[in-house]
Design a protein around this ligand. Structure first.
Ligand code: GLN
Length: 253
């Protein structure tokens, strides 16, 4: 049995639990997930974190999640889970912000980061709640030759990844002009020095979206996956299945 936790401090955690269960049931023979018993559980305590093989950090509000994690003694265990134990993790939206090594600061004070993903994240890139939108994304399991094969993703006060810290990619850096004092950094851990896994861009916004086109909205660094959008708020469970097949099961001992 594989136990997948969803951090349940704030935000859209129930939806992820439902999606994990549905995705596991949808696995066809030939899929790595077929025949594996997947148990999806909520994680609120250090004990619960210890009992899971992989973890989703959901969307919500990253400052709130970070504050609650700190107050409940979960922040350091989360950093260890991701960066020392190197267990599979997926951050969606606020969860992506928390997993980033660098992120733009909240207006009042700086949220504390879990870190591990070598990217810089720009919070609320598209503006306020009313600027939320959905669009089709060319995710790895989509057949580009089939116009009916679509994955609609929801962006709600979403962040984007504006810099891959281990390469020269500086997407939109000039446009965003984030100065160093507006950025928060995850604390350095000794284990970071032997982590050589490179960040891979999994998906960008489609060109049809005009000025926002090409922004990076999904990245993967080995067993760490991050998406700007909410895949748990639609009925499509394919990204959850893909994540388990590609980023979770191959990394379990
Ligand atoms: N804007 C939120 C933040 O900065 C993230 C929004 C979301 O998770 N949908 O934390």
């Amino acid at each position: 049995m594989v136990t997948i936790g969803v951090l349940a401090l704030q935000g859209a955690f129930i939806e992820h639990i439902n999606h994990l269960q549905k995705a596991a049931k949808s696995a066809k023979s030939g899929s790595l997930v077929a025949g594996v018993q997947i148990k999806a559980v909520q994680v609120r305590t250090v004990e619960q974190l210890k009992s899971v093989d992989a973890l989703i950090l959901p969307g919500g509000e990253s400052t709130s999640i970070s504050l609650i994690a700190e107050r409940t003694g979960l922040l350091v265990p989360l950093q260890e889970f991701v960066r020392i134990k190197r267990k599979p993790v997926w951050g969606t939206c606020a969860g992506l912000i928390l997993l980033s090594d660098q992120a733009s600061k909240a207006t009042k004070g700086g949220q504390k980061l879990v870190g591990g993903l070598h990217v810089r994240c720009q919070r609320n890139h598209f503006g306020r709640q009313t600027e939320s939108f959905s669009c089709d994304l060319a995710l790895p399991f989509i057949d580009p030759n089939d116009p009916d094969d679509r994955f609609s993703a929801m962006f709600i006060r979403a962040p984007i990844i504006d810099r891959l810290l281990d390469s020269d990619t500086t997407d939109n850096f000039e446009a965003l002009s984030l100065s160093d004092e507006n950025v928060v950094y995850a604390p350095k851990l000794e284990a970071d020095s032997d982590d050589r896994t490179l960040v891979e861009v999994i998906c960008r916004l489609p060109k049809t979206l005009g000025s926002e086109a090409d922004d990076i909205v999904a990245v993967r660094q080995g067993q760490i996956f991050g998406t700007s959008f909410h895949p748990e708020l639609t009925s499509d469970v394919r990204l959850h299945l893909w994540w388990m097949e590609e980023c979770v099961l191959p990394y379990l001992e």
